[in-house]
Every structure is written in C-alpha cells, then in structure tokens.
Design a protein around this ligand. Sequence first.
Ligand code: ZN
Length: 888
Amino acid sequence: MDIATPPTNPNDNPELADAAPTPHDPPVIRREDYKPFPWLVPEIELHFDLGLEATRVVSKLTVARNAKTKPQDTIKLEGDGLELLSVKVDGEPVNNWSMEGDDLIVPLSSEAHEIEIATEIDPSANTQLMGLYASNGMLCTQCEAEGFRRITFFPDRPDVLSTYRVRMEGSKQQFPILLCNGNKVAEGEGDNGTHWAEWHDPWPKPSYLFALVAGDLVANSGLFTTMSGREVECNIWVRKEDLARTDHALESLHRSMKWDEETFGREYDLDLYNIVAVSDFNMGAMENKGLNVFNTKYVLADPDTATDADFDAVEGVIAHEYFHNWSGNRITCRDWFQLSLKEGFTVLRDQLFSQDMRGEAVKRIEDVRILRAAQFPEDAGPLAHPIRPDSYREISNFYTATVYNKGAEVIRMMRAMSGVERFREGTDLYFDRHDGEAATCEDFITAIEDGAGLDLSQFRNWYRQAGTPTISVRHEVEGETLKLHLKQDIPATPGQPEKQPMPIPLRTAVHSRSNQALGEEQLIVLSEDEQTFDLPLAGPDPVVSINRGYTAPVIVNRTLDRADLVFLAARDDDSFARYEALQELAVAYLVEAASGELTEGERVEGRSAITEAFRSILTDDALDDTMRGELMMLPSETYLFEAMATGERKADPGAIHAEREALKAALGRDLASEFHSLYDRCEEVAFDDPAGRGARKVKTQVLVYAAASDPAKAAELAAHQFDKADNMTDRQGALMVLCGLDAPVRTDKLKAFYERYTGNALVIDKWYTLQALSLHPDVIAQVEALADHPDFTIKNPNRVRALYMAFAGNPLGFHDASGRGYKMIADVILALDPLNPQTAARFVSPLGKWRRIEPGRAALMKAELERIAAVDGLSRDTFEQVSRSLDG
Ligand SMILES: [Zn+2]
C-alpha cells in the first residue's frame, strides 16, 4: 500500500504535513504475543450478489487443523459490522455458533471441515472506505489492513493464505465491468438484466490482498512481454471521461515491469494486470494481487492538468504497487508488526527505480526532504516508534513515515554496506527462500546476511530502536592524516529510555579548501558510541564531506566555518553534499536568528555568506536546472522547527517564519539581476524540450524569491506566467505565488483557474491546496470560506486532505498565535472521526508537537488535544493517537 502523500507545495515550502470505537481503552496488541492460527484455510469460495445498498456475500471456507499448533475445538472468524444471515458446517445449517464482540465463534470437531457463511452489507453506508464500499456509482474494496472482516467473517490476518475462487453477479447496466484478483475463468448472462463473472487466483494470498471492482469503466490496454516471453495484458481502468489521461500510467507500469526483471530478476506471474482508479480512497494505492486499486491522483496525468511532480508521483506509485507483487504478495508479512518487511523494502525499490528513470542526485534529495519533513518529527515526538513496532491498538496508525521511509533507509544502509552486487545476492536468496510464505523482518535480515555475506547482528538495533541518531563530528590533523572523531547519540523515545549504539555507514571524503582539491571517497562505519578514523589528507585546510549521498538517516552535527560550507556548496563532487552544505548554512543562520542569538553584525555576515553560496548556484553553468531548482529551495519551516527544538530549546514557529521570509526577501533583493536573467533564459525553453522540466522548476523558484522581495513585480511576473502557461506546472507555480500575495490579480487568477477546471476533481483539489498552503495574511479566514464552498465535502478523503492536511502543513496559518489554526484542525478531527476514523487520526500528529514548541502555543495545542480526548465514543484510531500525544 502507498500512503497518500499529504499535499505539498512543491515549489516553495516543501512542508509535508504530518501526514497524515469505544469510550474505554481499546486493547493493546503485542508483537511478542504472536501465535500461529490453529486452522489452515487452503481454499475459499466467495459469491457476491452485488448492489450499492445491499450486497449479499456467501463464503465457503475449506478449513483443516494446523498441525503446528495446539488443537482447538472452535474456530474464531473475525467480523466488523456484519449482518450474519446463516452458518453451515459441512453443508448442514448449525446454530451452535456464538459471537465474541464482532467475531464469530464456530465449534468444529474433526480434522477438516467446510464452513459456509452468508452475510449482508450496505456498501453505500460505508463511509470508512474500508471493506466493500460505493464510490461514484461503482463498487470497490480496500482490505489492508483489516477491511476483509467488513465483507465476511474470516481469520483476517496476513499469515492465513488461501486460494480464492470468486463469482460476482450484478446488474449489467450498473456494473458492466466485473473485476477480481487473478484470471477470469468464466462469464455469462443471468436473469433480469444481470450478468456474472468467475475469477480464480492461483496464488495463495492473505485476505488483505483480496479485491473486487464492479462499475462502468473503460480501459487503456497494452501488452507486456516478460523476460521468459509470456504476454501479459495490462489494463488501466477509469471512467470514460478520464481515459485520455492514462497513457503515462500504462507506460509507467511497463517500465516498472521491465526494471524489476533487470534489477531484481523478478518476473510477473499472471496473464493479466489490472489497475483501477477510484476517486474515494483513503490511501495512495493498494497492491491487491493482479488488481491494484488506485487513488485517481496516482493514475491520471496529462500536461494540462498535472504538474511534473504529479507525473513523477504517478510513476513512483505505479512502480511501488507493481513491485509489491514480489515484495509483499509472493512473500507477505507474518503479522502487522512486520509491515516494514514489505513497505520499507518496496519503498526502497521504488526509490531506486525513480533514480534510474530520472537521475539519482535530484531524486535522492527529494527523498531526504520527505524523510526530514515527515519522519524526523515523528521520531522526535510522542508517536515515535521503531520501524518494527512492539505494540499497537490500531494498526492503521502504523502506516507511518517511520515504517515506510525510515524502513527504506535502513535497507538502503544494508545495500551500502554490502555493495550493489552482493545486496542482489541477498535479495535473490530472500525471494528464493521465502517465496509463498508469510515472513518476518528477521527472515529478511538473515537472508541478506547469508546471501550478501554480511554480519548484521548489531545492525538489528535499527529494527528495535526509535529515534534519529545524532552524529557529532570533530577532527584534527596529525602529519599526513586527518583524525576524524565521531560520536553517536540516540535520543530517548517513549518506552525506550536507554539506547544501544548502531552501525552507521557514512560515505566520507576529505577535501582541501586552500588548493581546491577533492579527496577520495571511502565508506566508514561508525559502530561504537565513539570512534576515531584515520583518513588521508588532500592538502591543507581540510574540509570533511560526510554522509555523502545521505548513506545514513541521521543528523550530522558538525561545526564548519561558513567559508567551508560555502566551499562545499560550490565545489563538492557529491551533489547531495553540495545541497547539504547549503542547507546547513541556512539552517544554522535561521535557527540562531529565530532564537535571538545574533547581533546585527552577525546577521549581516550570515546573510552575505548565504548570498554568496546562492550566487554560485544561480550562475554555475555546469549545473543542470533540475538540480539548480532543488538547490534554490531554503530548508522548510518544518525542518527548521526540528532543528530549533533540540535539547531544552523550544521551537518558535512565528520567529522561524519571520526569519525565513526575511532571508528570502534579502536574497531576492541582493540577487535580483541573477534571478531575472535566469528567469528570462528559462522562459525561452519550450514545454517539450528535454531541459523544460528544469526550466519550469527554476522559474517558479525565482517567483518565490520575488514575492518576498518585490511583491508588486512578483504579481506582475506571476500573472504573466499564469496567462502564458501551456502546462500545469507553470500555471500552478504562478498561482501558488499569487495566492500568497495581497494583490487584486490574485482573485482574478484563482477564479480563472477554478472556471477552467470546474468538474475536474483532482485539479479542484489543487485549487483548494494552493489556497490552504498560502502565505496570505488572511489564510485562516480563506480556509474557513473554502470549507463552506459547495465543492467541499468531508466525505471525500482527497478533498479533506487537499484543504485541511495542506492547512495543517501551513506553518503560518496552523501556528497562528491566536490558536485558531489548532482549533480548526481539532474540529476537523471531531467531525471526521465518526465517518472515517482512519483519515481523522492522521490529523492528530501536527497537534502532537506541543511539547517541543514555545509555552504559549504549547498550551493552546494541548488544550485542543484534551478537548478531543474528552469526547465519548472516539474511534480506536483517534483515541490511540490522541492519548499517545498527551502521554508522550
Ligand atoms: Zn506499499
């Protein structure tokens, strides 16, 4: 599964908003309590009589005792909100069953049985969007993690694997297309205008990978020939009016299939691969075997309606779900504590794929930016947890940046330590050894150890310990050698006061500033609390370039002179190190300025160093514009928040925002001519020119600096870009800048944008997001008005995220000193909780930062959390997040 990425403002503040039913305490589930299920369910047959308001489900389970467990005389089948119609055992109706909460207990006396259960559900009333639900007149499913139990009674856990045979029947007019997992084996006409289809999936799978779709859909189809010469029919299913925007998705799928063969040796294993786009969806997409269900946001794209970043996101998510066919479906998770087994590994695989498609350096910076904006705050806050958690109340709350993104970083470190070829031997062994199984993170680590010949005994701490390590760096010169002293500190996190040192691989080089010589890179591994490494010098005035390529997900604490950082920003041969030096220069200055630690003279000095570094970025002809656009972005306010809230010091979002804006204005003024000549050059580049992408990125960045330094000029330039735009990237970039300005043209262009795209839900989502993220002084009132707009509905997760998740990631509005922003988000949580608890709970973490913020705002945030906690009947999802946020 892919978490729906919270809306981002791709061109200015890359803030990823985090994220993201009983009144008594829901039970805590612990990893150490795992026990295999006492029954095997090798086969299941499902009959669906489909209707939007009433769907009847008959399931036939073949069950047999699991010889590896203690025999039991009952079977417990999980359910959630089901209406039970009948139970049969071995063909005979029985009435000796009982209910335990929502679960069904059926007595069984022999070694093997057939159980038949009939239930009825109302998909149109399913606002949680878990299980079988109605969306725009079609029926679709979402079963990960625990949605299948909302369809029928079943051992709804990932270690029970079954082969599925499914018959679906329904109105031919309402549901002309009937899709399920696997291959279609039969179809026909029924009575009264109905038709039916039978599907069979030969690969045993857990219930969370079940999927069904019925609706009025059309497909963009193409054949893919696998490495062994088999032909696979690939279909992208959408509503008729969306068909023209599906070519990119289909091409992305074919590229993913080919890449996985070449890079990991993995071939697809069915004759059919279906992707269906759905507009009501909690997540980004879901990897159901042979039938992926996608949020429309990650399928539909054309230059008029989607930005370059949207194109990348479609390609990345299509790849992610496809790669799950091996890392997730063929080998699944034993229990949900092992979620990172499939998600961490699959995120790494999709990141490597995107690097190969679009270039390693920029993709790496983007991934690190997301990690820092979404995962670092999680790791430093009350919701911190290891990538393999030890306990949970509601598993939906653990689809986190920690499990996904840090999980990917941890596996990336294994790859860095073993080297690419040996890592491949490790993954080959993993796929061979565990194919068809429900495995654990430990199984994965052992396979990499055996296959790649690596000792990972101490490395396992990365799976056990939460918290982002900080590496302190100092050095001295001894003759021809640089003595590099490194020290690691892993902060205490909830439930984990003491930490063990972890192996931390760091690609490192020692350059010489005075003779501009670049040293040779080597990989060092810090595995003790403190360690010293001897490195060769490249000349006098050594400058250490460390954690190049961001080999380890850590915070590096080094005190480099400004001159050294300017040198690294301009000259380092590692692009990531260059980016990092610039960020460090800006972070150090902004945090000190926001903390009131700088004299006026120090401010001037700090700004001029940053200006010089920026000048070298703006004027370096050797730099590709895509990278230049990346380097031009200042650290996000979320990241600055993290950097400021260290030790005893609290973050002050008001001061951070003011200082960051002031720096933008200073850069815009001092580099005005460089910015403008850059803009003029980029404006000449045509949309489909290979250099077009970089040019578009740079242009909008120039507008961002102009908005801070010369708002009138920026309004004029942005309006011009908006009017002239022949693509969404330019149009959205211009509108984003206009949204933050107090200019009459702002209203005109917002209206023009809205009218142009009325009826296109994904673009109207952008219209919401741009306004919710804006730096306009009246942003709170604007968001309130947008919620009253007829296009707003709290029932559509994309729309809710587009408005409110964007607003929760708007440092200006959300952290308004009055507390109105906090209250607005708390109100959203309370309104959403009864309808869609999974989405409601994702809004809690922004408020959970209260302990690390200055006292005035902290009290306001805490009061909102307490107001939520006091409400009776909260969902398990929201209850868990709120209570953890208050307990810390
Ligand atoms: Zn996934």
